[in-house]
Design a protein around this ligand. Structure first.
Ligand code: TRP
Length: 476
């Protein structure tokens, strides 16, 4: 496939080996902890049906147009995110400083990578926990037999208290990610996606079907899809847009980077639609996977990260075959997390490689090392560093630990700012001849996309930014 040599003396750019490889890698980037951990937790916290419906609306009208815009910039530039934006800006006779929008995304991806891999480490821990449990109790037993409810409830807090263990697990997860990123686009990144994404889908469907027969499926459907519009407040809507953007990996230069490895013949509107549809399907199925299990055990569906790492292990205890289902479940989560962490590491790696003209493997090792260091600080956020608030002087981030700061700076500032600038850049700044022939859209659909990118996306995203900074605006 294509690989356009850099016109400015840069090394030839890498490329996906096929359109399918790109689609799987992009789905792999999108589908991750956001779908499996955050989506069900957000849906539960925001009242179910109305949130879910509004979420789908956001994916279609705001997420999808920006997804297409980002991929388009990447494919045009055939370079790391900043240089791709710069090339498009220069070709449009606009300021090259637009590349700053991608620079922020590169930094944001690195910050997400740092705390994402800490959660990836927890997943490794639970794979070990359920693996050992299966070994001890056999395939037919419920999970964690003989453990009291208090005992199970103590597992997650004990892990969070253990900074050293969490750091070790984080380092392991970063190292696995590094292994694939160091091997390159076709030789590593796409291998993970091509093997793990199909395996992920099989596991997700398998566990969901098993849960449907052994859990409270009807209750879960009612819970997720009963729509009470009175619950659709300003803050619920904003939570939905934020979740949609995080889930599609937008605003973080990720899709620009992956888009830069796509060949000229690929129809970007088509592939973007497939990616958005798959990501949304996975989020919905994840809800239908998690809630029947949790509701059948009579447990609360709320609780953020605790939903996965505290409530589910408890629910697996009373489920027939809970031990093996628990193990398969966390392996599945691990697969999804890995294909996303690979994307998160690739963004800064691609950037630094071009910036400093260094070999891929070496660059990736340095990025991984930095991510491990910041990951260690995040891991200790729950114990030794619990009182360390890196941005404590800024009211918006006061009282947040390293772990929380990384999440909230990227979610409240970088993601909306990056996405606003991307839509303004593509909708208003870039020359139309560079864009129009590239989208793969025609006629009315193309007009509609342009309208969304020029008007709706910047407007709605500015709202999220404002409410993110001044939460009182949304009224709670
Ligand atoms: N979309 C990923 C998930 O749902 C997380 C993510 C956010 C991401 N931004 C990203 C992944 C940028 C890759 C690149 O888990």
């Amino acid at each position: 496939m294509v690989v356009t040599p850099g016109s400015d003396g840069m090394p030839p750019h890498e490329g996906w080996s096929s359109r399918t490889a790109f689609i799987l890698a992009a789905i792999g980037s999108a589908v991750g902890l956001g779908n499996l951990v955050r989506f069900p937790a957000e849906a539960a916290a925001n009242g179910g049906g109305a949130f879910v419906l509004f979420y789908i609306f956001c994916i279609l009208l705001i997420g999808l147009p920006v997804l297409l815009s980002e991929t388009l910039i990447g494919r045009f530039g055939q370079s790391s995110a900043t240089i791709s934006v710069r090339r498009m800006a220069e070709a449009s006779k606009a300021s090259r400083y637009w590349e700053g929008l991608a620079g922020m995304g590169v930094l944001g991806s690195f910050m997400i990578l740092a705390f994402y891999c800490v959660i990836g480490g927890w997943v490794l821990y639970y794979i070990g926990l359920f693996g050992a449990d299966l070994f001890a109790s056999g395939v037919t037993g419920g999970a964690l037999t003989g453990m009291s409810a208090e005992g199970i409830a103590a597992i997650f807090p004990a892990l969070q208290e253990n900074g050293l263990m969490m750091t070790g697990l984080d380092i392991a997860f970063v190292a696995i990610t590094l292994y694939f990123v160091a091997r390159g686009v076709a030789g590593g990144i796409e291998i993970v996606a091509v093997w793990l994404m199909p395996a992920f889908f099989i596991l997700l469907l398998g566990i969901t079907i098993y849960g449907a027969f052994n859990g409270a499926f009807t209750e879960a459907v009612v819970y997720l899809f009963t729509t009470d519009f009175s619950k659709l407040t300003g803050s619920v809507m904003l939570a939905a847009v934020g979740q949609a953007f995080f889930s599609l990996s937008l605003g973080m230069a990720g899709m620009m980077t992956y888009g830069s490895y796509v060949s000229r013949e690929v129809n970007l509107a088509g592939t973007s639609a497939i990616v958005a549809a798959s990501d949304t399907a996975v989020a919905l199925i994840a809800g239908l996977c998690v809630f029947p299990i949790v509701l059948a055990a009579g447990l609360s569906t709320e609780g953020g990260l605790g939903l996965m790492f505290n409530t589910l292990p408890h629910a697996f205890q009373s489920m027939p075959g809970g031990s093996i289902i628990g193990l398969l479940f966390f392996i599945m989560v691990g697969f999804a997390a890995l294909t996303s962490s690979v994307a998160l590491m690739e963004v800064p790696t691609a950037w630094a490689r071009e910036k400093f003209n260094t070999p891929r493997a070496l660059t990736a090792i340095v990025i991984a090392g930095l991510a491990m260091a910041l990951g260690a600080a995040s891991a200790y956020s729950f114990s030794t560093l619990a009182d360390f608030h890196p941005l404590g002087l800024i009211p918006l981030f006061a009282g947040e630990t390293v772990f929380e700061t990384l999440d909230s700076v990227t979610a409240k500032l970088f993601m909306p700012i990056g996405a606003i600038l991307t839509s303004i850049f593509v909708g208003w700044i870039a020359e139309r001849r560079l864009i129009d022939s590239q989208t793969g859209l025609t006629g009315g659909m193309h007009q509609f996309w342009r309208f969304l990118v020029r008007w709706l996306c910047p407007l709605v995203l500015s709202l999220i930014l404002i409410v993110g900074i001044f939460p009182s605006v949304a009224g709670g």
